[in-house]
Design a binder for this molecule. Structure first.
Ligand code: OAD
Length: 225
């Protein structure tokens, strides 16, 4: 079976009403990530960080997969598809994609600050900092903050190098090491980027400028036919 590796970013979920990071209404345009998304920020003000993630968790829980998420899931009818996402929402899974690696963690899950193997699914609900984990730790978002190692990177590298087709969607390709994965795509692979704004292109990639919900379903239909 031919292999497709998808690399997605927040622009894919923009159609579901979830904010991107660096666009005109992007989260990091309005808030300083250094006060919300670093281990230092958590130590300085866990209440502020918790509230930020509680808000985002509720929004993501109430969002629905878009036409683009659903189209990506349809690829599995004919291809071996590995999704590598920078997104912390679960819209790929809810659309039906079965192999999803979350490089930057999962918004709906929290983990203990003492023993990270203590995890809890929130089902969209807010974390109450007065509630402790079973080991006495605090519940922190199970996401990757700036300065922390990304998750599943070796698996992502393998999937990128092995892909017959690489499809990149909705990412500014500015955050490392995630964006560096594109350099691993094989010369002979078909390589396409769909993004609302132009991005700096890696060698061999074709850029389709447009909204994911408009541009991705027709490409999937073409690949499935
Ligand atoms: P960015 O906000 O940097 O980039 C989103 C990209 O999506 C932009 O280039 C937009 O042009 C594009 N876009 C917006 N709406 C779109 C649409 N409807 N269809 C297609 N493209 C659209 O977000 P990411 O690249 O995802 O990390 O950011 C990467 C990482 O930076 C995030 O995972 C997060 C952030 O800091 C952490 O929190 C660790």
């Amino acid at each position: 079976m031919s292999r497709i590796t998808v690399f997605s970013g927040s622009g894919l979920s923009a159609g579901a009403g979830l904010a991107t990071f660096r666009g005109p209404n992007g989260l990091w345009r309005q808030r300083d990530p250094m006060t919300l998304a670093t281990p230092e920020a958590w130590r300085a003000d866990p209440q502020l960080v918790t509230e930020f993630y509680n808000e985002r968790r509720a929004l993501a829980w109430n969002a629905q997969p878009t036409e683009a998420h659903l189209a990506l899931a349809r690829l599995e009818t004919r291809f071996d598809v590995q999704i590598i996402t920078q997104n912390v929402d679960d819209l790929h899974e809810r659309a039906g994609s079965s192999k999803v690696t979350h490089l930057h963690g999962v918004l709906d899950r929290v983990r203990s600050t003492q023993d990270a193997s203590h995890k809890r699914w929130m089902r969209g609900q807010p974390v109450d900092l007065d509630e402790q984990a079973p080991d006495g730790g605090q519940w922190r978002p199970d996401v990757v903050w700036f300065g922390e190692p990304v998750l599943g990177f070796t698996e992502a590298e393998t999937a990128m190098a092995a892909a017959d087709k690489v499809l990149v969607v909705g990412t500014s390709l500015t955050v490392q090491p995630a964006a560096s994965l594109l350099t691993l795509a094989a010369d002979k692979a078909t390589k396409v980027i769909i993004n609302a704004d132009p991005v700096t292109l890696n060698a061999g990639f074709e850029l389709i400028v447009g909204q994911a919900d408009d541009c991705l379903p027709p490409l999937v239909t073409q690949w499935l036919s």
